[in-house]
Design a protein around this ligand. Structure first.
Ligand code: GLU
Length: 498
């Protein structure tokens, strides 16, 4: 019985240009490639498209790789890890492009174009005025041999001679067949006059030579694909399969950009989003797992990822959903894991839980994190919520002061400090009972004691249960804070208001 030849190993690639830090859109593309390669036990190639030196930012290539690694995305071949198809930097592959360019020229499918920049600009201006799309008019395509001989030593670019009739069909794995009429395609430039190949050309040579089986990239590249297919044909190579994934749009359905807030991976991490939550969120942008689950780690995503479940329409980036997901992670993880992650955010506020400015609170750090995390959406929130345990109260929230630090409160806080100093049981329940007793004895509502206390010991009006906060700080921190708040109010009230 004849056996089928083994299917080729799936090989995908992510091909960023080193022009800045990683944008969420690029991270989304890298992630989908990663997931697809893992799902099919394939290989994931990282290729650096660094031929445009004028746009290159020094160090960006390394930074981008480090940023993707923070998300847990890794690759099997690339400029940093090497691999059998090296080099993985386009700038080191120029001789290969030259060879391929020579072949297209020899096949008669490319021609030298001598048109000056001025002529091309004038032509574009005329087309724009007539309301026509910009397109090369093909003058150099039709030069006679004698005319070519005249120009022989002049600077020139190389253009692909696109067939005049017919169409090229992109059979996209996500979007189905997309047809491009040749009459709509330009004789596009494949090599600049300085000899560098253009994006469409370099990408085809590299994808072919690196044995890429699936090109998965953002759908802003869909219009390039017919050009690349024409190049495969001119070079006599089989093209890979293509899958164009939906572009990320902002809520107003415009292209996601700086004015919508964070767009670089690092911005999100700085805002206190966990890399695990971010990668989970990106994995669900334009893709829905069959069981509708929303919390999936990378391994779980690798198991369910399927191009057939990637939507065609644009994926709308929703910061609220990302924050919601982040909140779920902060709640679901073991407190010790969250505690490890929040340390840098505390340090960024100048707070060290190991060497607190006023002496240690009565609970350990992991317990403190567990107490505060309920209300936190981000690590930054969590650090803010933990601050009162490890740093003195610097200022009192002004709205809280207006509401809770009125006449008589200074005396009440002083009395509370005295009463708490005499209290031996600092458990949550005992403190709660003590506050009820004191409220009854002083004939005030519990709220009249609770709200000023919270403001005095945390500087804010929100947080976990007050009795949990008192127990967590312990008498050594609470009593002096009540006394200082009392003194502060007296001083405020004695100062004439200007
Ligand atoms: N350097 C291109 C980009 O960053 C790669 C496009 C492609 O994947 O072919 O968009």
């Amino acid at each position: 019985m004849p056996t089928n030849p083994p299917a080729p190993t799936v090989r995908v690639r992510y091909a960023p240009s080193p022009t800045g830090s990683v944008h969420v859109g690029n991270a989304h593309t890298a992630l989908f490639n990663y997931l697809f390669s893992r799902r099919h036990q394939g290989r994931f190639v990282y290729r650096l498209e660094d031929t445009d030196r004028s746009r290159e930012v020094a160090g960006a290539a390394e930074t981008q790789m480090a940023q993707l690694r923070l998300l847990g995305i890794t690759w099997d071949e690339g400029p940093d890890v090497g691999g059998p198809y090296r080099p993985y930097r386009q700038s080191e592959r120029t001789s290969r492009y030259q060879e391929a360019l020579d072949r297209v020229v020899a096949s008669g499918r490319a021609y030298r174009c001598y048109c000056s920049a001025d002529r091309l600009a004038a032509m574009r201006a005329e087309q724009a005025q007539a309301g026509r799309p910009p397109r090369y008019d093909g003058r150099c395509r039709h030069l006679t041999d004698a005319e070519r001989a005249v120009h022989a030593n002049e600077p020139h670019v190389l253009r692909l001679a696109v067939p005049e009739v017919g169409e090229t069909v992109v059979s996209d794995l996500i979007r189905g067949d997309v047809r491009f009429q040749h009459s709509e395609l330009d004789d596009f430039v494949i090599q600049k006059s300085d000899g560098t190949p253009l994006y469409n050309f370099g990408v085809v040579v590299d994808d072919h030579e690196m044995a890429i089986t699936h090109v998965i990239r953002g759908d802003e590249h869909l219009a390039n694909t017919p050009k690349q297919l024409l190049l495969y044909e001119a070079l006599g190579w089989d093209p890979p399969l293509f899958a164009h994934i939906p572009m990320l749009l902002a809520a107003d359905r415009s292209k996601l950009s700086k004015r919508h807030g964070a767009t670089a991976l690092v911005d999100f991490l700085e805002q206190g989003i966990l890399p695990e939550a971010l990668v989970n969120y990106l994995g669900l942008l334009g893709f829905s797992p069959p069981d509708g689950r929303e919390m999936l780690d990378l391994d779980a995503m690798c198991q369910v990822f399927d191009l057939a479940r990637v939507q065609r329409s644009a994926a709308v980036y929703d910061p609220k959903k990302l924050e919601w997901l982040n909140t779920q992670y902060l709640k679901a993880w073991p407190a010790a894991r969250v505690a490890d992650r929040v340390r840098p955010a505390l340090m960024a506020r100048g707070i060290s839980p190991d060497a607190p400015a006023e002496g240690p609170p009565a609970i350990d750090f992991v317990t403190a994190v567990d107490m505060v995390r309920e209300r936190a959406h981000t690590l930054v929130d969590l650090a803010a919520g933990l601050a009162f345990l490890y740093a003195p109260v610097g200022t009192y929230d002004p709205a809280g002061v207006a509401k809770h630090f009125g006449p008589g409160v200074a005396e009440r806080l002083r009395d509370l400090a005295a009463a708490l100093e005499e209290t031996s049981d600092w458990s949550h329940d005992a403190l709660e009972a003590r506050y009820s007793e004191l409220a009854a004895a002083w004939d005030v509502s519990r709220g009249a004691l609770i709200h000023p206390t919270r403001l005095a010991i945390t500087g804010t009006t929100v947080g976990p249960s007050l009795f949990a906060c008192l127990a967590a700080l312990g008498p050594a921190l609470v009593v002096p804070r009540l006394q200082s708040a009392s003194a502060w109010i007296l001083q405020e009230h004695s100062e004439p208001k200007s």
